[in-house]
Design a protein around this ligand. Sequence first.
Ligand code: IMP
Length: 339
Amino acid sequence: MMKVYSKSELNSYHLSLTYDDISLVPREISRIVTRTEVDTKTEFLGVNLNLPVVSSPMDTVTGIDMANKLDELGCLGIVNRFDSSLEKVLSNGSGSQGIKAVSIGLTADESVVEKIAGNNWILCIDTANANNETVLKKTEEIKKKYNIKIIVGNVASGETLNDLVNAGADALRVGIGGGSVCTTSVQTGIGIGQVSSLLDVFFAREKHNLKINIIADGGIKNPGDVAKAIALGADTVMLGRLLAGTREAPGEVIKYNDQLWKKYRGSASFGVKMKNEFIEGEETMIPYKGSVENVINAISDGLKSAMSYMNRFTLNELRKVESFAVLSNSSYLERLPKK
Ligand code: IMP
């Protein structure tokens, strides 16, 4: 009989694993009759969400429109730090009713942080590596001065979780090298599978009994991956590519080869940096998807259906799943629809 892994067994698997390497294994008689009975609501950093979905603070993913629309849909958008209208919104609050979170870089002005705190928004310190003295210091400084929730990132394992929590981090973006436009792993050799990263942080949190939210960031390609991330214990998922290419994402719709497209690019790509410093991100075109509402509905349906298979009425129940399979390469391929 195939081995069914608990979280802890999966965490000690001898290889690094990512979403495509595993499957949820349904093992109970489900008491759920229809998908409408399951509840995908979750509380995240003081915000009540209908779905555990957070948008990535990338310049081709989350601007003001995306943040407002996601808020309307019960998800959380984090406005990117490059957004040109951010300053205006920060100053006079106009069009900002739906904004709940904003990202900053390490060199952000004190006045920006003050305004974010004044608006009661969540702050995301957007860096490639949270395990860095400067990030810890910045988090500590802001926490001392303001009553504010802080998201930091990114990490690929849980060894430093204590330090991050002590510095005042309320949520942590987990994932290095897994983003769909990320070239970190090829450029630096750093980046393990998302499943292994998530479990390592999850067990570090459990071991030290820490209070910090886990955000599964990068590499999520479909609703099934969202279900897997939550079942692995993540509090929320962070999406880039899945939300890019939608009407609400920043940027123009481009017509090329009789098809409509929108640009999607990494935060460390040349297009964002506009200088020839070290590049760790790519630029690409995504087929235009229409409103982000379609994407969010598809994620919601997929997640609810997963919960129904797994006999889980709430996300907290889903987070306690202890039955995972590791897929052989051919069983992975067998599961995909054929043309
Ligand atoms: P995706 O959903 O797989 O497209 O991944 C999105 C995530 O990729 C973001 O939330 C970041 O954590 C990560 N990311 C964004 N831009 C870059 C980059 O330029 N280099 C490496 N990682 C990036």
